[in-house]
Design a protein around this ligand. Structure first.
Ligand SMILES: Nc1nc2c(c(=O)[nH]1)N[C@H]1C(S)=C(S)[C@@H](COP(=O)(O)OP(=O)(O)OC[C@H]3O[C@@H](n4cnc5c(N)ncnc54)[C@H](O)[C@@H]3O)O[C@H]1N2
Ligand code: MOO
Length: 421
């Protein structure tokens, strides 16, 4: 007699699973290779930015008190006593009615407290000496980028777990991180099961299909921030699959298999878990696609049994594998980010289980719009091409009309969300 599986809610499944989520290890990477990684420490300013008062303009540094009387009709004349470019420091003393030619980014000379832009002065030479006329008064501090105006020493500029994007790269470089402390990528093995599977380069023959899940998951792992390890594809044979799964566990932090988790005669994953002595956390979730998603653990290593059906496999990864990966990358918001969007077309199918519709999210005149991205079946691959979101339709509902607000989960967002959504 076949074992009857009892579906649990997505929320319950996530909660059971997240008990096994833990932060991972740390490593150092060269700054040039840090893009796309996750910070393993808070990024704290160890100095003020800028670290000295500097000029935001090409012009002349002066003492503002000398220009108090300057007007269009009564310009005040300054003697130009020197010149400084960015990177240089003016070491001389600037006296009354003296000015120093200064370039953008150069440090303000000690006695000066204002800068006048080059184009607001008139310059002339007399007996080999350069003079400028200033026709307006300047306030103390005028046109000076003051030390610490951008960031103050001690400020936290990015939290541990932050995704390293170009802006973070700029800050890391600013604070001198030639080596960056990042979360080590968890190594995730992928095994595809199914006697019908061909390698990508093989020609199609009757009854066979190409193994697309492996490459889809590989890319999902990379998008989540992990390191994918391709462990091949296997025919539906219990002993072969058991040996491969067992052997792979020494090489990876977690393992994903696809296919073989349902109730078919060749669905061997449940038997493999039993033979390994793994504890099954759940093997039926009240969701569609991906109801057969199974998760087990063995010695605190997670084994994800994702569906063979591509869309079901895709959704299973995003809901269950992603938060585990992101937690290991120190991300405090490891789940897909949730938003509300307006449904661009009606979706009238009944939803006995919570449905995650692969969807395309767009902005239309400032409004967030969402529509299914194509054929909605768990076996579909075509709808994945344009999917950048999942529409969430709660179980026990039906009939979502165009124009209604629906929940959407963002697939390409680096920030993520806390649980519960
Ligand atoms: N009697 C029942 N049959 C099925 C049930 C059920 O409850 N009772 N559940 C159905 C649901 S829902 C799903 S989803 C699938 C899940 O099946 P498996 O996860 O065990 O996957 P397979 O049977 O191995 O394959 C399903 C489908 O996917 C194709 N496939 C498999 N691997 C790949 C791959 N690497 N790349 C691309 N496509 C792949 C495979 O050829 C099948 O067409 O079970 C239902 N059946
Ligand atoms: O797991 Mo299936 O995808 O519910 O159709």
């Amino acid at each position: 007699m076949l074992e009857k599986r009892t579906p649990i809610s997505v929320g319950e499944a996530v909660c059971n699973l997240m008990k096994f989520a833990s932060p991972g290890l740390i490593e150092m990477v060269a700054l040039e290779l840090a893009h796309g990684r996750y910070l393993s420490e808070d990024l704290v300013a160890d100095q003020d930015i800028p670290s000295f008062d500097r000029s935001p303009y090409d012009g002349f540094a002066i003492r503002s008190e000398d220009a108090v009387q300057a007007t269009k009709d009564h310009p005040v004349t300054f003697e130009v006593i020197g010149k400084i470019g960015a990177g240089s420091v003016y070491s001389g003393k600037v006296g009354p009615f003296q000015a120093v030619r200064i370039m953008t980014g150069a440090e303000i000379p000690k006695n000066c407290d204002a800068v006048i832009m080059l184009e607001l002065t008139s310059q002339y030479e007399e007996n080999g000496q350069t003079y400028i006329d200033i026709k307006r008064s300047l306030k103390h501090g005028a046109n000076i980028s003051v030390q610490g105006e951008d960031a103050r020493k001690g400020m936290i500029l990015a939290k541990r777990g932050t995704y390293i994007h170009p802006g973070i790269m700029a800050l890391l470089a600013t604070f001198g991180y030639s080596q960056v402390p990042v979360a080590r990528k968890p190594v995730i093995g992928i095994i595809a099961t199914g006697s019908e599977l061909l390698d990508v380069k093989e020609p199609l023959v009757p009854g066979k299909i190409r193994n697309s899940n492996t490459y889809m998951i590989l890319s999902q792992i990379q998008r989540a921030g992990g390191e994918a390890k391709y462990l091949g594809k296997l025919s539906d044979d219990l002993e072969t699959c058991y040996s491969a799964v067992k052997a792979s566990l020494n090489q990876v932090d977690m393992l994903i298999t696809t296919g073989g988790v349902s109730v078919g005669d060749y669905d061997y994953l449940p038997a493999i878990y039993e033979k390994l002595g793994a504890t099954v956390l759940f093997n039926k979730v009240a969701m569609r696609p991906g109801s057969v998603t199974t998760v087990a653990h063995l010695d605190h290593k997670l084994l994800f049994g994702l569906s063979g059906n591509p869309s079901a496999c895709y959704v299973g990864f995003e809901l269950f594998v992603r938060p585990i990966v992101r937690t290991s990358l120190f991300n405090g918001k490891p789940h897909l980010k949730k938003e509300k969007a307006i449904l661009g077309e009606s979706f009238l199918k009944p939803n006995p289980f919570t449905r995650f519709v692969r969807a395309k999210l767009t902005y239309d005149e400032g409004k967030l719009m969402v529509s299914p991205s194509g054929f909605d079946k768990s076996s579909a691959v075509s709808s994945l091409a344009e999917a950048n979101a999942l529409i969430v339709l709660q179980g026990g509902t039906r009939g979502y009309d165009k124009g209604m607000y629906v929940d959407v989960l963002l697939l390409e967002d680096h920030q993520g969300s806390e649980w519960p959504w």
